[in-house]
Design a protein around this ligand. Structure first.
Ligand code: GAP
Length: 475
């Protein structure tokens, strides 16, 4: 089920980014690249996490994550105060006024801003002693030991390395790519020339990335081996902010089209920018453990192409036929984790529902175009020719959709099994089907049932569970 969901998420992204657009093409670059690639990109020197250990629990944490979690807790406290006041004042509640005048809220907001500002400055200046001091001053305790017995903060490079060559002697260190983006940058001119692309244009890629994350937790939120869907959009220097805003808006639309509710998403604009960016924002989703990043949109300037040009000695310039100029293009990037998207869909879709008669069901309200199985075909009994009719329906649907056959247990149990994997349609074949060529189709979310002609099934399922329904919302 997981790989089907992943493949559907990837298809949604791929079609939205490439098929719907004439000026974006795909690529599948190598995982191992020349090690100098990672010196040029800055990853060898600067792709680090600041780590801190608790001396009592011996647990290791990312110093910035400890602080971000602390800030999130302060924000929760602020929201609780606001909600309490909203209930107390009712209709006449003026939220903006309350936030700016309530002594408790003003104090919490000031604390949050103070910590945030110090953290951002410490990270920007690479001042690890100050970063530790912010943790001490904020009185952050280790969630495991409950103590404040912290070590110094140290930098730790996140790239995995291995040796290339058959013998250790003379074998060179190579890195597993920590992002797919660099494979796009080093191939930029190949793609531009062979694809006859004109600026502005994009290159999209889906592929594995590897990071030696010290704290890999929250199920599949942070992994050491994960998949990214990245797109680099090459633009004229000076036009990058226009395109940055464009891609922020489009990527948010892509997320919201899934229908989980607009309030489940927000932007988080970065104050501390990565070494390559002049503007950056995350799309955050409200996971059960709080708002967290699912996607980054970055204005990467001409940093990467210029670096590769310098390190390789090869020109990375584009001749613009409209202006008659040669230049290194600027780049706006959209970068989203497939696995994190899977976690987003699972956490948004999971619902426990009370049913009539004291029963309950677990239902995954996965948007139909992403659902692993589109329809289950269920013969009411295992005889009287009903299984053969059911198999016939599957044979007609299987070329377009992933469909399942199930004849075990009662129909009620079969429905529960399909609800739990998010199958949008259950098709029941009964004795009437043999007589008039109709079946009942039951919808997962409403549990409503209607009788339809077998001949109409491909059109119904195609319309409601095909990717087209989703993609049309984007055009
Ligand atoms: N090329 C830019 C880049 O890699 P990033 O913000 O480091 O930017 C982009 O990563 C996306 O990749 C994140 O928004 C997240 O969805 C995903 N991602 C990053 N690290 C991850 C990890 N350790 N496990 C799972 N997904 C990860």
């Amino acid at each position: 089920m997981g790989v089907e969901l992943k493949n559907n998420i990837k298809a949604y992204w791929w079609e939205a980014m490439t098929r719907l657009r004439e000026n974006i093409v795909g690529i599948d670059a190598a995982i191992f690249m020349h090690p100098r690639t990672w010196e040029a990109s800055g990853h060898v020197g600067a792709f680090n996490d600041p780590l801190i250990d608790n001396k009592d629990s011996k647990k290791r944490y990312r110093a910035d994550v400890l602080l971000e979690d602390h800030i999130a807790k302060i924000e929760e406290k602020i929201e609780k105060e606001v909600e309490k006041a909203r209930k107390r004042f009712g209709e006449s509640f003026d939220e903006a006024q309350y936030r700016s005048t309530s002594p408790r809220v003003v104090e919490l907001q000031a604390e949050r801003d103070r910590i945030n500002e110090r953290m951002v400055n410490a990270l920007t200046n690479n001042d690890l002693a100050e970063l530790r001091q912010v943790i001490i001053d904020a009185e952050i305790v280790d969630p495991v030991s409950g103590t404040r017995n912290w070590t110094d903060v140290r930098q730790f490079n996140l790239m995995f390395d291995t040796k290339m060559g058959s013998v250790a002697e003379g074998a060179g260190t190579v890195y597993l790519r920590p992002e797919t983006a660099q494979g796009i940058f080093v191939n930029f001119l190949n793609v531009q020339k062979t694809g006859r692309m004109k600026i502005p244009f994009g290159i999209a890629q889906i592929g594995k990335a590897f990071r030696n994350e010290i704290v890999a937790r929250q199920f599949i939120f942070r992994m050491r081996e994960f998949e990214q869907m990245e797109m680099q959009f090459f633009v004229r220097p000076g036009e990058e902010m226009k395109w940055y805003e464009y891609w922020k808006e489009f990527r948010m639309r892509w997320h919201r089209a899934l229908g989980f509710g607009d309030e489940m998403y927000r932007f988080h604009n970065h104050e501390k920018l990565a070494h390559y960016a002049n503007a950056a924002a995350d799309v955050e989703f409200r996971f059960p453990f709080g708002f967290k990043e699912v996607e980054g949109i970055h204005s990467r300037t001409d940093f990467d192409l210029t670096q590769h040009q310098t390190f390789s000695g090869r020109k990375m310039q584009y001749f613009d036929p409209e202006t008659g100029e040669n230049y290194v293009p600027y780049v706006v990037e959209t970068s989203i984790g497939v696995d994190r998207m899977v976690l987003q869909v699972l956490s948004a879709a999971y619902t426990e529902e009370a049913l009539e008669g004291g029963e309950s069901r677990v239902v995954m309200r996965i948007p139909a175009p992403l659902a692993p199985v589109k329809a289950a075909v269920l013969p009411l009994v295992k005889k009287d020719g009903l299984p053969e009719i059911a198999r016939g329906i599957i044979d007609a649907l299987k070329f377009d959709h992933n469909v399942q056959y199930d004849e075990k247990d009662s129909n009620g149990k079969r429905y529960r099994r399909q609800d739990a994997i998010g199958t949008p349609f259950c098709i029941t074949v009964d004795h009437q089907s043999a007589e008039d060529g109709t079946v009942t189709i039951r919808r997962r979310d409403t549990m409503s049932q209607e009788r339809v002609a077998i001949a109409d099934l491909p059109a119904i399922i195609g319309r409601e569970a095909g990717l087209r329904a989703l993609l049309e919302k984007l055009s």
